[in-house]
Ligand binder design. Structure first.
Ligand code: ADP
Ligand code: MG
Ligand code: MG
Length: 483
């Protein structure tokens, strides 16, 4: 089959029938987000598509199949094996990006000096892909090692699209299912909660039942995405969560300075696991104290998801270096796994004085339209695209170029039109979709205790926009129908 038909709905049907269904389902089931500048109590539906996006079953399965290899790769890189490869690379990068990567690196060194009591480390990752039309293959956009989002809402949007299909809303004249193909529902909302619970189980015994801490951003709009996972953690595992921002570490927690165990101040409960849904961008560190507080969390006995070194393994620079088969082989001994990983890479160049870097600089000026220029940042809105690359580079001090990577543009087939809902507005336009696969790994120096595929996410954006961050305001949460 080439693809799947999409529902042919008139503007009138969309407005009068579909929108009320979607608003009411979303509000009933928590497919929601706070609007910009919100007050407590004012929620809106999360930006979503009207119907699921057709995705080839083979691509979907390929992306899932490679996830455990990715988890293991980043576990091995984070272990800093191969003669402290990650430390060496991070220390070099620190020199180029002193503002953020440099500070993370500095903080890691301080933490190392104090010593890590907790040997267990938790990765809650998401590997993002576009399906390239030239090879008809999944190609990796990036690998996220910190603050992966939409594990909660992704499950909800799959349920919404199933509801609309099952209740006949996509074919209002007949009232029958429009799709006979599977519209899968991502298990991420459950699997990420199960992962956090597994980490709690591995945390060595303490007097009371320990809790999981979510370190969050001040004024977070995407809190319901996080809450869904918290509720699953309590419902399925009886584990409570506490939430605080980086600024609140000293007021909301305290540490026993002998054991380094961390406690929730209000109740005295011990914190077994810290999941960072913040601390990935310079704006998350509002004051000098935020950095001190990050260090307190890092050196505590709680299991960090992620710790600083694991966070540093997720820089774009490390992604670029890992596309080198020889470097990759240092971390993945299994040849099948290695080939699987290699098949998902596109060309990525440094912009330094190495032979590959010189080639990168040439391409940046001669063929910028085939590339995207990326700094070492997370969270969307930081990249420089195509013909804007030469000018952006010219404006910079040449010595700063090495802080960037030049990545070949993946060329996805634009999808047919879909309808993107945003607040009370809707837009009918062709879209592009990015598939994210969640993966979780719990490990220490010598053993991997848990390595799992943990569900998926489809995010879509207008074909016309370069970036696809939902929270950053460019995209929406989608689901998929397999063909
Ligand atoms: P961030 O960490 O800020 O999310 P990404 O590497 O994911 O950075 O880039 C942001 C967005 O830019 C992606 O979601 C995608 O839409 C687009 N993008 C990034 N790299 C590529 C690429 N190689 N080809 C096509 N689009 C890309
Ligand atoms: Mg990212
Ligand atoms: Mg991204």
């Amino acid at each position: 089959m080439d693809s799947v038909e999409t529902p042919n709905l008139s503007e009138d049907v969309i407005k009068k029938d579909l929108l009320p269904e979607i608003y009411q389902w979303s509000l009933s089931n928590g497919l929601i987000m706070y609007p910009p500048n919100f007050e407590l109590g004012t929620v809106s539906i999360a930006p979503t598509t009207l119907y699921p996006t057709p995705v080839p079953k083979r691509s979907f399965q390929d992306a899932i199949a490679v996830q455990k290899a990715y988890n293991e790769l980043y576990c091995n890189v984070s272990r800093d094996g191969n003669k402290n490869w990650l430390s060496n690379e991070s220390s070099k990068l620190a020199g180029f990006d002193s503002e953020f990567t440099g500070r993370l690196w500095e903080l890691y060194q301080k933490a190392s000096k104090q010593g890590y009591r907790q040997k267990l480390r938790l990765g809650v990752f998401r590997s993002d892909y576009l399906i390239d039309k030239r090879h008809d293959e999944i190609k990796q956009v990036e690998f996220n090692t910190i603050s992966v989002s939409f594990g909660g809402l992704s499950s909800k949007v799959g349920q919404l699209h199933n509801f609309l299909n099952d209740s006949g809303k996509y074919s209002p004249e007949k009232g029958l299912n429009f799709y006979s193909n599977e519209i899968p529902v991502s298990e991420s909302a459950i699997k990420i909660a199960d992962t956090l619970a597994t980490a709690v189980e591995h945390y060595s015994s303490c007097k009371q039942d320990p809790v999981v801490a979510f370190v969050v951003q001040d004024g977070e709009r995407n809190v319901f995405d996080q809450r869904i996972i918290e509720y699953n953690l309590l419902q399925r595992h009886g584990i409570q969560t506490v939430r605080f921002t980086l600024e609140q570490v000293k007021t909301h927690t305290f540490m026993d300075y002998n054991s380094k165990r961390l406690f929730w101040r209000k109740s005295g409960q011990e914190i077994a696991v810290i999941w960072f849904r913040s601390a990935y961008s310079p704006t998350d560190f509002k004051t000098e104290e935020s950095w001190e507080n990050r260090l307190i969390l890092e050196t505590s006995y709680a299991i960090k998801a992620p710790d600083l070194l694991m966070q540093l393994s997720g820089t774009k620079k490390i992604q670029q270096l890992l596309t080198n088969p020889e470097i990759l082989a240092q971390f993945v001994s299994d040849e099948t796994a290695r080939n699987q990983l290699l098949s998902t890479f596109v060309n990525i160049y440094p912009l330094d004085d190495s032979p590959l870097g010189i080639e990168g600089k040439r391409l940046a000026f001669e063929q910028p339209f085939n590339y995207v220029l990326k700094p070492q940042r997370e969270g969307g809105g930081n990249n420089i695209y195509k013909n804007e690359i030469p000018e952006a580079l010219r404006k910079m001090d040449k010595k700063d170029w090495a802080a960037y990577i030049l990545m070949e543009l993946i060329q996805p087939e634009p999808n047919r039109e879909n309808v993107i809902l945003r607040g009370s507005e809707y837009y009918k336009e062709p879209i592009l979709s990015e598939l994210g696969i969640f993966g979780c790994v719990l490990f220490d120096e010598s053993e991997i205790y848990y390595n799992q595929y943990s569900g998926w996410l489809l995010r879509s954006k207008f074909n016309s926009s370069n970036e696809g961050g939902v929270a950053a305001g460019f995209g929406c949460v989608d689901s998929l129908v397999l063909y």
